[in-house]
Design a protein around this ligand. Sequence first.
Ligand code: 5AD
Length: 331
Amino acid sequence: MAKYEFGQHILDTQKPDVDAIAAILSDDTVDGALFAAANDVKTREYGNLVFVRGIIEFSNHCRCICAYCGINAHMDKVTRYRMSADELVDAAVDAAKVYRTVILQSGEDMYYTADMLADIVARIKARANCTVTLSIGERTLAEYKLIREAGADRFLLKHETADAALYQSLHGVPLENRLQAQRTLKALGFELGGGFMVGLPGQTDEILARDLLTLKEEGVEMAGIGPFIAHPDTNIGKAKDGDAHKTLKVLAIARLLLPRCHLPSTTALNVKGGMRDALLCGANVIMQKATPFAFRKLYDIYPGRDAQDVPLGVQFEELEQRLSELGLKAE
Ligand code: 5AD
């Protein structure tokens, strides 16, 4: 376990300190050294490989009222859609021809019972040789268990912000529920993907430091860290967007604290033009849309998301090309 010195700040990855991390985040004179150190660790752990995953957004119905999210239950301008189980299984099997990992994401849509989701996962696993990740929000232990026993490998459930008061004000429910759900997932043997947003209204560098420590405490195997992007139709639609540069700094520190953690260049960061930089300061994963074209524009959680109708194989090859220009290799 390493100790890093950035200017006058010390980052002890064994015993990380909130104040030291916050100080690094607010001091831009150390960025060159920070990014280089993160890239070194990423290269040591994963060489020049970038893991590319396909994500299918299968329903934009949601019971939650997360203040930042463009598909929250209060958004009445949204055209809602749901893929049928057959459509979803077929889309996942197609995606698995291009991607080794397929992520099934939706709003918290209780139309899909745990039995239905378990059946969907089992059918995908029977037809395709891929890792299946779910990103469907909070469910009970019994529901998660069914889905896990059906063969789901991984689960993405971000803590979004580690500040209990900020979490409560944005979600209307306690942070503790989310952390408990993460612990349940881990106990069931899912590989856990966590993560949070950077630049939420009211967030400070000290909160971001606690976000990073939360990833370590919860033992996440993956973490999605992306800038907040204001969705104009939401109650916080006029707030300032999160800063891409700050997001890169947070990502770089995450790589130092969690050397083996899978860290995507998140879609939100890519919207801000940050993909190349992210891949050079710690990120080792990219997620590409594998949602059927008809639904892409409707999964409007924040503006600027790439909803272009490029066939999956072509999309993957274009990314391979971009990565090879950076000396990186798509896996
Ligand atoms: N800006 C940035 N990220 C967002 N997410 C949801 N809404 C926004 C937004 N307005 C992220 C959350 C969620 C993931 C699916 O998308 O972190 O976990």
